[in-house]
Ligand binder design. Structure first.
Ligand code: 26Q
Length: 820
């Protein structure tokens, strides 16, 4: 029996440990310490607990040798760690008291921590929620990713209202207390060189350039358990410091060249979601990361001393989108070239190991890489991909004569140059393929993977609806609500934070006026917390008695922030048309936007510029500023989401039907009692199924109509003045310069006037109607609060604990296990 060791966690021991870290680790004095120092000392003290739990958990995994799952993701959008670690360890109250005794306020200390922002958005945050849920359910799951020196860029708004980007040097706040550098865990990764075929299917890959991958381990504590999992992030380093010969010869640039090019690999997260392929450095990142991760997984497997044929009995690997698809040819290479496994057996093992999650059906977002680039950077992998192509896509046998089908299923897209289709490779190399919400998974089956469904049968193609962790997205971001729920249900917080279906107990209290009052008071105080944040950071005063309407997500045409801003402008124009008496009857509303645009995404950046400049005009108009305010909050982040989401009355999830794979913030808003206005898309649909359609404000065309409408737009375009006069008026006002130089916005306006690929002109009228219904519903505040309670009560399904259970049981075949 291995007893878990633990540090003393009474308040005096905690203060002692914090002071100790101040004096020793930080070499400072406790009496003139600032908040940053207090954060660092508190973090180091909490980390001591994590390390012990982490060690015991990992030792247990090594001894027991259960089947493990590995989550390969190029993004982990973790946000801050201290608050989460305190909650999961059950030490929050004690540290609150401990730091208070030392003259600090825990909230202020928590604010000192920089976000770990190693992700763009939904996909990266999903990975972070899944790690929390895996550890909380004591599942043997590790994450593998890259330790970027710079995370997602910092967003600034320039004087003309446009987005500017600055680097995110997140590691420059002193040592990162949440990671453990593993100087002894290193692997060499090769690029370029030659692949020489031997007899049979084997080859030797040699020459080229070698770089070193070094591990950094981040501890992932489970909630209410000592189980603490691992997130292993790789850093690239030169194989040999630098070229001393060139240095001595006075060629200093040459001397650091190779070391720079090695370090470049993990220097920065690519800030694009959905597009921009073909960049050699991105492909290098992908291979560097998959090669290091697989070498590590293989080493761990070999330590078990099992025959290689049992590999899939001990290892399941989840591919988070196509980004880690090179893991498939890499594992083939290891089996064939290094382990002497025959081709067919190797392929059998590989296809029993991998599972692939798709996160998009947008055709332009499907990852492709030029064959010549692959051939030069990864010659052996390109051979293997061609071999897979010839041996396993034997489609012609099954569907003789269907050359189109063969072309669509091919791993290689013809053209100049030829390109490797990563989604096809990920599909055929995996045991199962899943989408991230019911509608999305159905679209995967009927559109991008249709031919593969015919080939493999339907059972390979399934759904796991996304989820969110209720620890961060309820208890941490909304402690008041969590406390009220606990008191009302007469349950300890752990009961519903571990089984979110327990929230259904709130349904009994929907009609209780006292409970309604308390529920509403919490929303109000969250609105004030947000207003306080905006006032202290941006110097703006917000009317907290207004309805708060929020759209926060990456800027993208398919997400239709443009529809929202056109709706705001329409509202403004309508208010201007009213008499002062009429305006007095209008309920005030504050509209918030936040989100980053990919630095090269011109139209998305123009949308930001329009929002910012419209806000300047609208917020300073004396006739309307009391009833309509508009804000673009810069530098959206996990931490900002934690303030915005609990304050929202209504949030917008308004993608063109069929384009948003799932969405996850929709779940976060609902869990915090916010209602949704949205299209019939992604997880909105399943949310409505849970909460009842009368509690969601749906609008717009449905997915099956979208294709026909686009066809009509192409061939029978109707001018916008006829199709949608109110929207035409809005565009004309923007064009005429009402919100600053109109000519600036012409390219954005033309996307709507000309092709209108995302169907704003088709959905605008029903969108405005839906917002009208929102206004009317908000008038009856009691009825609104009831909707809010019902919505939150029905969010059980959207816990990431449920999603991870799905993966663990239906895909990975792993079980919970923890040290005795
Ligand atoms: C790929 C190649 C080259 C450069 C960048 C990329 C890249 C990077 C990030 C492509 C896509 C992403 C991110 C995608 C993403 O966040 N998708 C979202 O995933 C969520 C979780 O499943 C869903 O809820 C969202 O609907 C989906 O848009």
């Amino acid at each position: 029996r291995t007893a878990l060791r633990g540090l003393d966690t009474d308040v005096p021991s905690i203060t002692k440990s914090v002071v100790n870290h101040v004096q020793t680790s930080l070499a400072r004095q406790a009496y003139n310490l600032d908040n940053l120092g207090a954060y660092q000392a508190a973090a180091l003290s909490v980390r001591d607990n994590l390390i012990l739990n982490w060690n015991d958990t990992q030792m247990h995994y090594t001894r027991k040798a259960p089947k493990r799952a590995y989550y390969l993701s190029l993004e982990f959008l973790m946000g801050r760690t201290l608050d989460n670690a305190l909650l999961n360890l059950g030490l929050k109250d004690k540290y609150q008291e401990g730091v208070h005794q030392l003259g600090f306020n825990l909230e202020d200390i928590l604010e000192q921590e920089r976000d770990a922002a190693l992700g763009n958005g939904g996909l990266g945050r999903l990975a972070a929620c899944y790690l929390d849920s895996s550890a909380s359910q004591e599942l043997p799951v590790w994450g593998y990713g890259l330790r970027y020196k710079y995370g997602i860029f910092q967003q600034l708004i320039g004087p003309d209202g446009s987005q500017l980007e600055a680097p995110d040097p997140w590691l420059q706040q002193g040592d990162n207390p949440w990671e453990l550098p593993r100087l002894d865990v290193t692997y060499e990764v090769r690029f370029y060189g030659h692949a020489e075929r031997l007899d049979g299917m084997k080859a030797i890959w040699s020459g080229g350039q070698e770089v070193v991958a070094m591990a950094y381990d981040t501890m992932i504590p489970g909630y209410d358990t000592k189980s603490t999992n691992n997130l292993r992030l790789w850093e690239s380093k030169p194989k040999r410091g630098f070229d001393l010969q060139s240095f001595n010869a006075g060629d200093y640039e040459r001397a650091v060249e190779s070391s720079n090019s090695a370090e470049a690999i993990t220097s920065v997260l690519y800030p694009n979601d959905h597009t921009t392929f073909g960049k050699e450095l991105r492909l290098k990142q992908q291979y560097f990361w998959t090669a290091a991760s697989l070498a590590d997984i293989m080493r761990r497997f070999k330590n078990l001393g099992k025959p290689i044929t049992e590999f899939p009995d001990y290892v399941a690997i989840q591919l988070n989108d196509t980004h880690p698809t090179l893991a498939i040819p890499e594992l083939m290479r290891i089996f064939i070239d290094e382990e002497d496994v025959p081709w067919d057996a190797a392929w059998q093992l590989v296809t029993n190991t991998f599972f692939f999650t798709n996160h998009t059906v947008l055709p332009e977002a499907l990852e492709k890489w030029p064959v010549p680039l692959m051939q030069s950077l990864l010659p052996r992998h390109m051979q293997i991909i061609f071999d897979i192509h010839y041996l396993h896509v034997a489609v012609e046998k099954k569907f003789p004569g269907d050359r189109d089908k063969f072309a669509r299923m091919s791993l290689i897209e013809e053209g100049y140059p030829q390109q490797v289709r990563m989604a096809n490779l990920a599909c055929i190399g995996s045991r199962k393929v899943n989408g991230v919400a019911e509608l999305h998974s159905e679209l995967v089956r009927t559109t991008i993977m249709k031919d593969f469904v015919d080939y493999y049968g339907i059972s390979k193609f399934a759904n796991v609806t996304n989820g969110i962790t209720p620890r961060r997205w309820l208890d941490q971001c909304n402690p008041g609500l969590s406390k009220l729920i606990s008191e009302t249900l007469k349950l300890p917080k752990a009961a519903f934070l571990k089984d979110l279906f327990k929230l259904e107990g709130l349904l009994k209290f929907v009609d209780d006026p006292i409970f309604q009052k308390k529920w509403a008071a919490i929303k109000q105080s969250n609105k004030e917390r947000l207003a306080h944040y905006v006032e202290t950071t941006l110097g703006l005063k917000i009317n907290t008695h207004a309805m708060f309407d929020v759209q926060i997500k990456r800027l993208h045409e398919y997400k239709r922030q443009t529809l929202n801003i056109m709706g705001v402008i329409h509202r403004y124009l309508t208010l201007k048309d009213m008499t002062p008496e009429q305006r007095k009857t209008v309920n005030p509303k504050v509209v918030f936007f936040a989100g980053k645009a990919a630095p090269g995404y011109y139209i998305a950046k123009l949308t930001i510029r329009l929002i910012v400049n419209a806000a300047r005009i609208i917020n300073s108009d004396p006739e309307t500023k009391d009833i309509l305010q508009l804000y673009f909050l810069p530098d959206y982040s996990v931490s900002l989401a934690e303030v915005l989401i609990p304050a929202s009355d209504i949030s917008q999830h308004i993608s063109t039907a069929g384009t948003e794979a799932s969405g996850t913030s929709n779940m976060k808003f609902c869990l915090n009692g916010g209602l949704l206005v949205g299209t019939v898309d992604g997880a909105n649909i399943e949310i409505a199924e849970e909460v009842g359609e009368n509690n969601v404000f749906f609008f717009g065309h449905l997915t099956p109509a979208v294709e026909d409408l686009r066809y009509q737009h192409m061939y029978h375009a109707v001018p916008i003045e006829q199709k949608c006069p109110p929207l035409a008026r809005v565009l004309n006002e923007v064009s005429a310069g009402r919100f600053g130089d109109g000519s600036v916005y012409e390219p954005l306006l033309n996307t709507i006037r000309q092709h209108d690929y995302y169907l704003l002109t088709e959905d605008f009228d029903s969108y405005i109607q839906a917002l009208q219904l929102v206004d009317e519903a908000y008038q009856d505040r009691t009825e609104w609060i009831k909707k809010s309670i019902r919505t939150s009560a029905k969010m059980g399904k959207f816990s990431s604990d449920r999603a991870i259970q799905d993966y663990a049981q239906e895909y990975w075949n792993i079980e919970s296990t923890k040290p005795e």
